[in-house]
Structures are given as C-alpha cells and as structure tokens.
Design a protein around this ligand. Structure first.
Ligand SMILES: [Zn+2]
Length: 294
C-alpha cells in the first residue's frame, strides 16, 4: 500500500514536473515518510514505529517490518500472560550497541547479522518482572525469549548441541543457581573484569535457561509453562505446577540432553567462534559450575 501511494506521488510529480503551483504540502510529504516506518499489527492493537539510526536501506527496513508483523503473531499465539503490551512500541535500528526489549521500546543491533528481533519482542509483548525489572529473576523470561528466537527467528541456535557439549565437558551450571534470586545476577548479568569470560557466562546462562524451557514446553506443553512464566519464587512454583522438584526435572532434562547428538567436528569448525569460546569456558572459575550441597 505504501509503495503504491509513494509511486502515485512520484507519478503526479513527473506529470506536472513539480511546478511551483502543484507543490505537495509539507505535511503530506511528512506523512508519506512516516508511513514508511510504521507497522500496525493485524489485530490493530500495537503500532511499531521504526527509527532508523543507522541509515539502513529501505529493503532492510521492509524486512524488519515483515519480521515484526510475523513475530508479533507468533508471540501472541504462544503463551498468554496478564501483561498488556504497549500500544506504541518504538523500534530503534542501531549499529554496535546492545539489543534490548522494554515496554515501549526495542533496541536492535543491526550490525549483528543475527539481530535478535524475536527475542526482544518476546520481552516487550509478554512482560518482564514488575515493570521490566528483575523482580522475578531472569530464567523463564530469557529462556522463553531464546526459545522463541530459536523456533521463529531466522537463526537456529543449536540449544541441545551446546548443552550436550557443556554436559560432556563437565561445565553445567546448576539450575538451582540460575533461579536463585541471590545468585542469578551473577550469571545472567555477570560483571567480570575479563569481558570475554563475562560474555561467555551470559551466553551459557541463556543457553541453559532456553534448553530447560524448551524441554518443559516440549514435554509438558505451553499451558503449564504459561503458569510459571515470569513468576516469583520459581522453585516452589515449578514444583506446584509440574508436580516434580526442580532437581528432579533437571535430572530428566540432562538425561534427555545426554541422548542428543553433539556437534560434529565439522560443525564445530564451521561455527565462527566455537573454539575461542570453549577456551574461555575452560578459564571460567569452577565455582560457577559447582553443585550446591543438597
Ligand atoms: Zn533477553
């Protein structure tokens, strides 16, 4: 629709050679320009406004618009939370700054080929803590955002293969630590002097959460997961909803992971940074992987 309107404007302009007396009012030009950066969802409930901070070409902006429409539907058809999404969400296209998804704004780092649009939109549409804070921890929110990116985004994330690798390397983070309000910051938002170690620890935390969430969804369904999403006191909540303790489910999940195929040598080689990251993982303080006394 926008294209046709844009075309007709040019067409009029050519016919009249844009003479002074047929100048298109400034407001109208502004409107046309704005339309190019606006996406209204099919249900009419949310409007996305794209702010192109990096002079991304129109083709890229159009791709983002299509991805927003599709991701919105995929996410709204997944789980249902009490959170009501903003009617207006501004999507900033940036270069080289971290991606975030908040109530009414999404920051996307387009210098990353695999910018996590589905991931951030999952946060913005399903809610996160009391008010986009960490009141309810990170585990289900980040786990589900990565899960959705893996299912509906353009990138396959090889969650099981990574987990199989961590399991075989004896580098597993206990789930009890990732859901503990006193310890989760030290994983999901680890702030370490060595930034490579920090980024690897973040990624490992996200991978554990996502693989565990995927297991819960695949085995027990979305309806049950919906009941634990973004909930406080997660350990008790999980036991209440699933009828099993976190450590029992963790053992089932790891037995499942153990039966998965790991990366082949060729696959490891083809990943851009598998070996570099693995070297960093081996340098991480073993305390991160230590099992807690039960
Ligand atoms: Zn996230």
């Amino acid at each position: 629709m926008f294209k046709i309107r844009g075309f007709s404007l040019i067409f009029i302009c050519l016919l009249t050679a844009c003479s002074q007396d047929t100048v298109i009012p400034k407001e109208q030009i502004q409107e046309e320009k704005n339309d190019e950066n606006i996406v209204v969802t099919a249900d009419g409930k949310t409007t996305f406004e794209i702010i192109n901070n990096m002079e991304a070409p129109k083709k890229t902006v159009d791709t983002i618009k299509d991805e927003l429409r599709k991701a919105y539907d995929d996410i709204m058809q997944s789980i249902h939370t009490s959170y009501v999404p903003s009617e207006h969400i501004t999507v900033f296209l940036n270069e080289g700054t971290p991606s975030w998804g908040l109530a009414s704004k999404i920051e996307l780092d387009l210098s990353q080929e695999n910018y996590p649009l589905v991931h951030e939109l999952t946060h913005s549409l399903l809610g996160y803590g009391g008010n986009f804070d960490t009141d309810n921890g990170y585990f289900t929110q980040e786990g589900f955002a990565v899960y959705m990116e893996d299912q509906y985004g353009k990138n396959e994330l090889y969650l099981e293969k990574y987990m199989k690798h961590f399991l075989d390397s004896d580098k597993l983070i206990p789930i009890s630590k990732l859901i503990d309000p006193n310890q989760d910051d030290g994983y999901f938002r680890a702030d370490l002097p060595n930034k490579e170690e920090q980024s690897v620890l973040w990624e490992m935390s996200y991978a554990h959460a996502a693989s565990f969430v995927k297991y819960l969804v695949d085995i027990y369904g979305l309806d049950k997961f919906e009941q634990i999403y973004d909930k406080r006191d997660l350990a008790n909540k999980i036991e209440e909803v699933y009828g099993k303790s976190v450590s029992e489910i963790e053992m089932d999940w790891l037995a499942f992971i153990n039966n998965q195929k790991g990366f082949t040598h060729q696959e490891k080689f083809n990943l851009p940074d598998f070996y570099d990251k693995n070297t960093t993982i081996l340098r991480l303080d073993p305390i991160y992987f230590a099992k807690e006394p039960s």
